[in-house]
Design a protein around this ligand. Structure first.
Ligand SMILES: Nc1nc2c(ncn2[C@@H]2O[C@H](COP(=O)(O)OP(=O)(O)OP(=O)(O)O)[C@@H](O)[C@H]2O)c(=O)[nH]1
Ligand SMILES: [Mg+2]
Length: 347
């Protein structure tokens, strides 16, 4: 040991020896390096201390990562794709079956209620985009897990799956909407929905709650012989209820009926447009659209490509339904689904 080690160094070294937690060890090592006289004779010790500091810091960071991972509740779903749609509804209504039929996921399906206990995200392909569906545990005023409302936060839309082969459909719907009402969650008519074949309810009340989502009702297991009668009862109940007017799509996972219609309706529910860009003189890549909110402009697209292109936007040439080929458009041009744009900027 070099003779000129300071008392501070020795005190820090003693602390290092006694420390058990990596954070304490790291602090002691850093103090040791600070207190070590810096001259040629201690160069090896300095290098050695730096190595030990780096190693201990890794240990501290790994420990922090694993504790945050542990603390993160397992019902939080990371958003993926061009939109996140929550799959809601009473127990056993066919939510997981529907998610399984629309995606390549294989969620657990059971004849008994409360099969699904945690959110199950899965990607649904619609033409050249991917939409995230989140299969959820059942909605029930008294029996849903308390975190369910939080799990829905930030979603772009919802589908409410109601089993029209079930004689208890009215009570189950009431218990499901009761959960939403208790949590001040409202569903509303998706005004941007292009075509709506059918709907339930008469009132088109605007949402006024903290959490509100554009939504579709799915009448599931529609191949049942008496489904039509129950659907009429459901519509009557809806007319006199406080529930919002919502589009209705009848489906059957057994026969596959209307699953493609539902897929398209979910895409429209999101209120997005797909736009393609082309570099001057080259073809657009039609497999990789930019997905933007309806109402977005040429300037919004430029920003989405790159912030510098947005800042220096000059004009664009557009090919689309509402333009003639290579029409020169300005920053305020409102994009239509399927447009191809060649963006020109000042640089
Ligand atoms: N006849 C018929 N049965 C279906 C259809 N879709 C689902 N089922 C059946 O309905 C039952 C419940 O299906 P799930 O998909 O597990 O329902 P869930 O809404 O996810 O149920 P929980 O997770 O418990 O809320 C199962 O026995 C399915 O086989 C359908 O289109 N027709
Ligand atoms: Mg389920």
């Amino acid at each position: 040991m070099p003779a000129n080690l300071t008392p501070e160094y020795l005190e820090a070294e003693e602390r290092w020896r006694k420390a058990s937690a990596p954070e304490e060890k790291l602090a002691a090592l850093q103090d040791m390096l600070r207190a070590l006289p810096k001259h040629k004779g201690t160069e090896k010790m300095q290098a050695d201390l730096r190595k030990r500091i780096a190693k201990t810091r890794d240990q501290v960071e790994n420990q922090q990562k694993s504790t945050t991972a542990k603390r993160r509740p397992d019902w939080i779903v990371e958003k993926q794709g061009c939109g996140q749609v929550m799959v809601l509804g009473p127990a056993n209504s066919g939510k997981s079956s529907l998610v399984g039929s629309l995606t390549s996921a294989e969620p657990e399906v059971g004849e008994y209620p409360f099969t699904t206990t945690l959110p199950g995200p899965a990607m649904m392909k619609y033409e050249n985009v991917q939409i995230q569906l989140v299969d959820l545990p059942p909605l029930h005023r008294e029996m849903s897990p308390t975190w369910l409302a939080d799990a829905m936060r930030g979603a772009d839309g919802a589908i409410v799956v109601l089993d029209i082969s079930d004689d208890d459909i009215l009570e189950l719907t009431e218990a499901a909407f009761g959960f939403l009402a208790d949590k001040d969650i409202t569903l509303y008519w998706p005004t941007h929905l292009a075509q709506v074949p059918e709907s339930v309810g008469a009132d088109d009340s605007p949402p006024d709650s903290v959490q509100s989502y554009p939504a579709i009702v799915v009448g599931s297991k529609f191949e049942d012989d008496e489904a039509e009668i129950r659907l009429e009862l459901l519509k009557e109940m809806w007319e006199v209820s406080e529930y919002p007017r919502l589009p209705l799509v009848r489906t059957s996972c057994r026969t596959g009926d209307n699953l493609e219609l539902l897929r398209v309706t979910i895409w429209h529910l999101l209120g997005k447009v797909r736009v393609y860009t082309r570099p001057p003189g080259r073809n657009a890549d039609l497999s990789a659209p930019f997905v933007l909110d309806q109402g977005s402009t040429a300037l919004d697209l430029a920003h989405a490509i790159h912030k510098d292109i947005g800042a220096q936007f000059k004009y664009a040439k557009a090919w689309g339904e509402n333009t003639f080929d290579a029409q020169r458009v300005g920053r305020d041009y409102v994009l239509t689904d399927g447009d191809i744009l060649e963006v020109h900027s000042d640089n």
